[in-house]
Every structure is written in structure tokens, then in C-alpha cells.
Design a protein around this ligand. Structure first.
Ligand SMILES: *Cc1c(COP(=O)(O)O)cnc(C)c1O
Length: 374
């Protein structure tokens, strides 16, 4: 037998499993595509803002040229509003790109990267790509990040610790960390360990939950704040996000990113979406209402769910390790796509993205029917 091609640590990577595309589910179950409800990838149920569509169409005439490699216009808009210089910003092909760039910039084989159990699936991927060792820290009883225990893990790892991922809110649990907890954590992480604060769902926080993460970036040269245009801004298909860090770290990220990692359509759309406060507000309100709609139904059905600060809810659909997969299959047959989270170590649970009222309703109706006949 010949030796398999490729590096061992790359062969060991389990591919990312995303939400199933509508067209695929329609083919497999013989359903009408237009009737399918997808609540599986935390996308914005309002779709892309009109302002961004228009900006994108205008930019389309220039697609024969390469995009602006430095994203001057978008960085200017971000920089003005966030109150940081443009050279503190790194644009990414989705914020996923930022997470990977961070790992590639600071860690290599033998190093350790620390994150919580039940945290975002890209953290282990970004760790494995660079051949580093993933240190998965036990969560709190409420499935949240246990920052004091994470801090302990960083200290345990000693000089091998290079990077720690913290998601607030976290996906798939929806858990939220109080700013004072994050602050206490940041002030104790050794200065040679980089902290990525992943705020992909930041815009869904209530006014009472909000805090000033930029102030932390200004204070801690070892911090990268990561934000996305895929969720609240409705641009998931365009792939765009950004990182904010002091110039030292930002310079490293910019050296290793692809020169044209963010395409011109995405840059144009993001400029428009970022300034579209009405769209953001409408999405926020829709999400608040949808959260109540879903969780009221879960209460009525006697299902446990985790309080979520994002645009999705994790719900426990049974007590055995086959429950999530079983209910998911029944939902698929009825044209409802949600996200099984067995790969997150949560096989009894399903993650439901909050949709339009009628989409939430279709899901609740199907779930009720499935549970009744079980
Ligand atoms: C969705 C998500 C992201 C990345 O989204 P992009 O589309 O790559 O911007 C990052 N972190 C978390 C926790 C997410 O759920």
C-alpha cells in the first residue's frame, strides 16, 4: 500500500458540516423548493438589505478589475464609526477568514490553542490547519464559556499557549458573557497569548447587554475583535467580515491574507449595509419577536432550551443520543431544515435559526406534529 498523500494533521481534519442547501433537500425528499423553510445557518431572514443590493449592482460594472486590496472605502466607513484608525482593521473573506488568519499568524505545530467545549466549529478547524493542539475547556453548567477555567488552561499550557478563542454570544449555545467577566479575563491573560473575541452576533445584543469592546482593543495589544457581515447585516453569501486589533497584530494578519481576499461586490455591499441602521433595527426587532415565538412554543411543548443572545435557539428534543438526528430527519421530510449539533457534542439538541414569523410557525407546527406522533 502506498503512503497517503498529504500531511497527517490535515488528514485528521473532519470537514465542516454546514446547513443543508434548500435545493439539495428538495431533491432528496422530493419537495417543492419554494415550500422549504431553512432555519439552519443563522442567516438573516430578511435577506440582503436593499441598500446593499443596489450598491452591489453599481459595483458590478467594474468587475473586470481586481478589488481594492486594501479596502480603503470600507475601512474608512468602519474606522469612522468604530473610532479606530484604518490600519487597525483587517478585512476578511467572512469573519471565518479572520479566525484562520489569527491562528496562522500566531501558532504552529506543537503550540496550543484554547477554546470552550460547544464553541464555534471553526475554532478546532483553524487549530488543526496549523498543526496546533486544541485545548477544549469544559463549559459552565449552562453551556457557557467558563472563563476562569479557560484562564487556568492557558496558564497550564505555559509557553505553548498562543491563542484563545472566545465567542460572545457563542454559537451554537447562544450563551452570553457579561462585560465584567470578559474584562477580568483579558486583564489576566498573559500578554504573549492572543485573545480573539468573536462577536459574529454582536448586533443582536439588547441595549442592556452591550459593551465597548473597542476600548479593550485599545487597551490590549494581544486582542483581536472579530465581526461579521453574514448575520445581522444579511450578507452571508458575499463572504465578508473584519478584525480590529492594534497595528502590530493587524500588520501580521495583513501580511498573510490573500491580497484580494475580499471581492469588490462584498466591499460595496458592506459599505452600504454597515450604514443601513433601519435594516439593522428591523432585523433586531424581528429577531426579538421570533425568539419569543419560538421559546413560547418550546415552553408549551415542555422542551428545554438555552437562553440565547443570538439569532438562534438551542432546544433539547429528546433524552437519548439519537434524538437530534431523529427529529431532524422528520423535520427534513416536512421541508424544514434546522441544524443538528451532534458534531458539537450535543446530540440531543437541535439549533434553530430564528426566521420570519411564518417560517417559525411552520417549524413549530411540524415539531408539534412530530412530537405528538412519537
Ligand atoms: C457564523 C459565525 C462566524 C463566521 O461567519 P462568517 O460568515 O465567516 O463571517 C464566526 N463566528 C461565529 C461564532 C459564527 O457563528
Amino acid at each position: 500500500m502506498s503512503t497517503p498523500l498529504g500531511l497527517k494533521h490535515i488528514q485528521a481534519i473532519a470537514p465542516y458540516v454546514g446547513g443543508r442547501p434548500i435545493s439539495e433537500v428538495a431533491r432528496e425528499y422530493g419537495l417543492d423548493e419554494s415550500k422549504i423553510v431553512k432555519l439552519a445557518s443563522n442567516e438573516n431572514p430578511l435577506g440582503m438589505p436593499k441598500s446593499a443590493q443596489e450598491a452591489m449592482l453599481r459595483a458590478a460594472s467594474d468587475l473586470g478589475r481586481y478589488p481594492d486590496s486594501n479596502g480603503f472605502e470600507l475601512k474608512k466607513v468602519l474606522s469612522d464609526r468604530l473610532g479606530v484608525p484604518a490600519d487597525w482593521i483587517t478585512l476578511g473573506n467572512g469573519s471565518n477568514d479572520i479566525l484562520e488568519l489569527a491562528a496562522r499568524a500566531v501558532a504552529q505545530a506543537g503550540d496550543e490553542i484554547i477554546f470552550s467545549k460547544h464553541a464555534f466549529a471553526v475554532y478546532p478547524l483553524a487549530t488543526q490547519v496549523v498543526g496546533a493542539v486544541a485545548v477544549e475547556v469544559a463549559p459552565t453548567p449552562q453551556f457557557g464559556h467558563d472563563l476562569p477555567v479557560m484562564l487556568e488552561a492557558i496558564k497550564q499550557a505555559g509557553n505553548k499557549a498562543k491563542l484563545v478563542f472566545v465567542a460572545n454570544p457563542n454559537n451554537p449555545t447562544g450563551s452570553y458573557l457579561e462585560p465584567k467577566e470578559i474584562e477580568a479575563f483579558l486583564s489576566q491573560v498573559p500578554s504573549n497569548v492572543v485573545v480573539v473575541l468573536d462577536e459574529a452576533y454582536n448586533e443582536y445584543l439588547t441595549p442592556e447587554q452591550r459593551y465597548d469592546a473597542i476600548a479593550w482593543v485599545k487597551r490590549y495589544p494581544n486582542m483581536i475583535l472579530s465581526r461579521s457581515f453574514s448575520k445581522a447585516y444579511g450578507l452571508a453569501g458575499l463572504r465578508i467580515g473584519y478584525g480590529v486589533a492594534q497595528p502590530g497584530l493587524t500588520d501580521l494578519l495583513n501580511r498573510i491574507r490573500q491580497p484580494f481576499n475580499v471581492n469588490s461586490l462584498a466591499q460595496a455591499a458592506a459599505i452600504a449595509a454597515f450604514q443601513d441602521d433601519a435594516f439593522l433595527q428591523a432585523g433586531y426587532e424581528l429577531n426579538q419577536a421570533g425568539y419569543i415565538q419560538l421559546t413560547d412554543a418550546f415552553k408549551e411543548l415542555g422542551l428545554r432550551f438555552l437562553p440565547s443572545s443570538g439569532n438562534f435557539v438551542l432546544v433539547k428534543v429528546g433524552d437519548d443520543s439519537g434524538a437530534g438526528a431523529r427529529i431532524n430527519l422528520e423535520l427534513l421530510k416536512r421541508g424544514i431544515i434546522v441544524r443538528p449539533v451532534g458534531n458539537y457534542g450535543l446530540p440531543e439538541w437541535l439549533r434553530i435559526s430564528i426566521g420570519l414569523p411564518e417560517e417559525n410557525d411552520a417549524f413549530i407546527h411540524a415539531l408539534r406534529e412530530i412530537l405528538k406522533s412519537a
